[in-house]
Design a protein. Structure first.
Length: 389
């Protein structure tokens, strides 16, 4: 076995270089999905490769027992889903279809963990990847890039799993930077996430919730504040591709107590206990700023009575997310949310909601943030810190 161990920076650089296959012809908001999904597949394949070597050494003359033992692994990988299988077929004319089949088989073999994760990512897409000849060439280059020594992701080579999670976070941040607003919709800068996580001080045993969780970076930062692994993460994300990124992100960080749902949090909150909202110890979020058409009409007949303080205006959904978060706090809960400055002073229905929150003594602190912190917007933002009643 090679003694070469790639560093975090080398892995980051190799993956960023792999993006050259798409640059200039495919928008970063599109090709990020292909790169991040391939990172996930390559890591799972390399973990399997390490495990197979270990089992083959332990049971040198019993291949059937090796296969039985592999059946007890947390993630099951059919042979046609492995990176090595796809790499061997990289020159096939139907390589895009073979990759799609690989991910479908991976989902089917892990329905409880990966069901629906890859459903919106099409490696045979003419719209995203070009005509067949061009598409095949791109996918062949992608497979060759991921086969380079710098991207040997076997645990025996890279060691600490944090390297993989850190690489994933690095790529997400780079894609957000390159994609402008489209990327900024799903990424909270690490420095802001770190500050928010520290402000709400998650403790052992806490259930931590993000109703607009994006790729899960903020949730993960909050969980990492807990000393140990005694915490649970709950999230909901409306964008199908970003939901998939979040599910993969949790796995690549080794977080198995994560419950991520797909759907519109305001119109259809998925985290419930019976016919009521589930209540959490910690709630964090970076909701979309001043979202238009957030669901004002439905709010008037909200089954969960979240908007009893008043319904926010149709064209600005900031207080819809804020009140949803407050109604999701338990009596001892802590909450921090990113908002645009307009939330602090706009009048009309927003002013009435704000006054009510202050009178209830829920608002604990307002922390101003400098401008140009968030990808896709230069407007200044603030953090609102709340405590449960």
């Amino acid at each position: 076995m090679s003694k070469y161990k790639p560093t975090q920076q080398e892995i980051n650089n190799a993956l960023w270089s792999a993006c050259d296959t798409f640059r200039g012809t495919v928008d970063p908001s599109e090709y990020k999905n292909y790169i991040l999904v391939f990172l996930f597949l390559k890591y799972l394949s390399d973990v399997r490769k390490d495990k197979m070597k270990e089992l083959s050494t332990k049971y040198p003359n019993d291949p059937e027992r090796v296969q039985r033992q592999l059946g007890y692994e947390p993630i099951q990988m059919p042979e046609e889903s492995t990176f090595d299988y796809l790499h061997r077929h990289r020159s096939d004319d139907d390589i895009g279809q073979k990759i799609n089949i690989a991910f479908t088989a991976l989902e089917d073999a892990n329905r409880g963990k990966l069901e629906g994760v890859f459903r919106e990512i099409d490696f045979n897409s003419t719209r995203n990847l070009g005509e067949p000849k061009q598409r095949n060439k791109r996918l062949k280059h992608l497979l060759e890039d991921f086969a380079k020594p710098d991207l040997d992701l076997r645990p025996s080579q890279v060691g600490n799993m944090d390297i993989i999670g850190n690489t994933y976070e690095y790529l997400i941040s780079r894609f957000a930077s390159d994609s402008g607003k489209k990327g900024g919709e799903f990424y909270t800068p690490a420095e802001v996430s770190e500050l928010m996580a520290r402000l709400i001080q998650p403790q052992a045993g806490d259930q931590i919730y993000d109703p607009t969780c994006g790729s899960g970076s903020l949730l993960i930062k909050a969980g990492q504040q807990v000393d140990g692994t005694d915490f649970s993460l709950y999230g909901q994300e409306s964008n199908g591709n970003t939901y998939a990124l979040c599910k993969m992100n949790m796995f690549l960080h080794g977080i198995h107590s994560a419950f991520i749902e797909w759907g519109d949090t305001i119109r259809n909150p998925r985290h419930r206990e019976g016919d009521k909202l589930k209540r959490f110890d910690v709630v964090v979020a970076n909701p979309p700023f001043s979202l238009d058409k957030w669901g004002r009409d439905e709010a008037e007949h909200d089954h969960f009575n979240r908007f009893w303080r008043g319904a926010p205006p149709k064209s600005k959904g900031d207080y819809a997310f804020i009140t949803h978060m407050i109604e999701s706090l338990n009596e001892h809960g802590r909450m921090v949310v990113v908002v645009p400055h307009g939330v602090l002073f706009r009048g009309s229905s927003e002013g009435k909601i704000r006054q009510q929150l202050i009178e209830e003594n829920l608002l604990h602190a307002v922390i101003g943030l400098p401008s140009n912190l968030f990808f896709g917007t230069g407007i200044p933002a603030a953090l609102l810190v709340f405590r449960g009643s």
